[in-house]
Design a protein around this ligand. Structure first.
Ligand SMILES: [Mg+2]
Length: 230
């Protein structure tokens, strides 16, 4: 299976793109807006899926993330972080693929996964895992379909197994479903509190059900035929 997971209000309980954008716009914590905002368009630039050098102490996105955390002490995962970590590790181990698909221009999903969910670097760089994080050209008209197509390509999704979107936006869910690019979706309730875990349970159940349908890889040895004693 391929699990496509939204970040803001699905994985975490604040809108990390908007919070980062507010800080940038207001010079929060000494941020220089020109470092992040394309002044000719008055908006954050589109950012790619690259994760190169984001861990560097002098990386501007890493620094912005530290300020977002400081300005939002309530920041937490929706559902226990340990459960998210375990789910992602177990799903990948079982041969499934996971993509984070987010309207986020500041690489916040990467930092959420690194620091809140505490995924190991080996998971973040697993070829069956990817983060597709950028703003669509028109945020009002956009749905997640382009992000989903990019994610499928990044994790080499063959289409042979189910593809499931987990998102708090009903529009994203409906439009992906109507376009036929996901087989199923799970809409996280709007404003879900940090203790909500329905989406994690849903995904765990999918992985469990898939494991039960798998044929056993080691065939039990046939019992030796009883010897015919005369
Ligand atoms: Mg969202």
């Amino acid at each position: 299976m391929l699990f496509l997971i939204d970040c803001d209000f699905t994985l975490v309980n604040i809108h990390t793109h908007n919070k980062a954008f507010e800080l940038v716009r207001s010079h929060g914590g000494g941020i220089e807006p020109a470092d992040f905002i394309d002044s000719t368009k008055g908006r954050a630039p589109l950012t790619s899926v690259t994760m190169d050098n984001l861990d560097g102490k002098d990386n501007k996105y890493n620094q912005l993330w530290e300020r977002v955390k400081k300005a939002n002490p309530q920041l937490a995962s929706i559902g226990p972080a340990g459960e998210w970590k375990l789910f992602i590790e177990c799903a990948l181990e079982a041969g499934h693929k996971i993509a984070i698909v987010s309207f986020n221009a500041f690489h916040m999903p990467y930092f959420v996964l690194r620091d809140i969910i505490q995924l190991q670097p080996s998971i973040l760089r697993n070829p069956d895992f990817c983060i597709v994080s950028y703003l669509p050209k028109n945020t009002r008209l956009a749905n997640k379909n382009e992000h989903i197509a990019t994610a499928k390509h990044a994790v080499r999704f063959s289409g042979a197994v189910d593809c499931i979107l987990i998102d708090d936006s009903l529009r994203n869910c409906n439009e992906a479903s109507q376009a036929g690019i996901v087989d199923e979706f799970f809409q996280v309730p709007e404003g879900a509190p940090a203790f909500y875990e329905g989406h994690i349970r849903f995904m765990q159940e999918k992985v469990r059900a898939a494991a039960m349908m798998m044929p056993p890889t080691i065939q039990p040895q046939a019992a030796p035929a009883p010897s015919l004693a005369s």
